[in-house]
Design a protein around this ligand. Sequence first.
Ligand SMILES: Nc1ncnc2c1ncn2[C@@H]1O[C@H](COP(=O)(O)OP(=O)(O)OP(=O)(O)O)[C@@H](O)[C@H]1O
Length: 335
Amino acid sequence: MRMQSNPKADLLLDVRDLETHFYGEESVTRALGGVNFHVKSGEMLGIVGESGCGKSVTALSILRLLPKQTAKTVGGEVIFKGRNLLELSERQMREVRGNRIAMIFQDPMTSLSPVHTVGRQIAEAVQIHGRVSRAEALEKALEMLRLVRIADPERRLNNYPHEMSGGMRQRAMIAMALACSPELLIADEPTTALDVTIQAQILRLIVDLKDRMGTAVMFITHDLGVVAETCQRVIVMYAGRIVEQASVTDLFARPTHPYTRALMNSVPDRRRGRQSRLPEIPGVVPSLREPLVGCSFAERCPFAIGVCREKMPVLSEIQPGHAAACWRSNEVVNL
Ligand SMILES: Nc1ncnc2c1ncn2[C@@H]1O[C@H](COP(=O)(O)OP(=O)(O)OP(=O)(O)O)[C@@H](O)[C@H]1O
């Protein structure tokens, strides 16, 4: 008899109904309106969607790195290895960020300090992780620079970030993030600012390190082409919600949400490199300052009918592991 595979086996992160608001002087922006997804150990999950759909806010909400004065996660749970991160103390959360979940950004200077050598910064990350001597930490820093394939690592250990190229700084940031052997790496558009050749090298490096170290990766990007090349599963976000989730194979074989289909029709030309933002999908994203009635994509959707403007569709499974939030998913998937 064939065993049924458990879709949540090896569950590392389980995000449930995550809701985050930003508070302005006169209005509230509902940046995340109830986001549900999971990440399994060792997998690479892509998060895609246009600018402003909530990709970065999702990452920052998980790590509790939102600006305290203006933002608040008002609902949901972030279960990481059985513990709800939203209920941990600041001290426990620092331990999670230092040891278990690391994040890398588009701009490496978000993580690297300009006033210390790269070697010292990576060594400090190692020392936060475990009780090792300074010499051992520096040795580990050197090993990390070798691992991320920085040429002449002994010399680079003593470089300040400004003495390195953009691609090299990106590698140094990755070395620092992985120095503590995290179980999850959140990568927020880590290659967007780089030129195409370096972009491809850094992507290959992330995939290679993930495979070697067994780190799960949440890979945030606006580029579906990158997801196709690197990820196993993908979630598509629109206006602060997930509109589709699937394995990469299923998403490309049977794109179901009309927004996903529109994104696929506008896959950027990789040869244009950093200019390759997604071409516009006609229409505008709804304001997140007003409560949404109906489907958030209805005004831009060629398939919208009456119900789409009246009731918000929930994410529903079309086949195992593939879900979409669309009233017409059964028809659209067969088009
Ligand atoms: N610091 C902030 N203050 C107020 N609103 C914010 C802030 N950061 C994000 N937002 C709002 O939250 C929503 C989601 O933003 P987010 O940065 O997550 O989008 P994104 O999908 O990551 O976009 P991009 O691809 O441009 O990075 C947007 O409406 C944005 O305007």
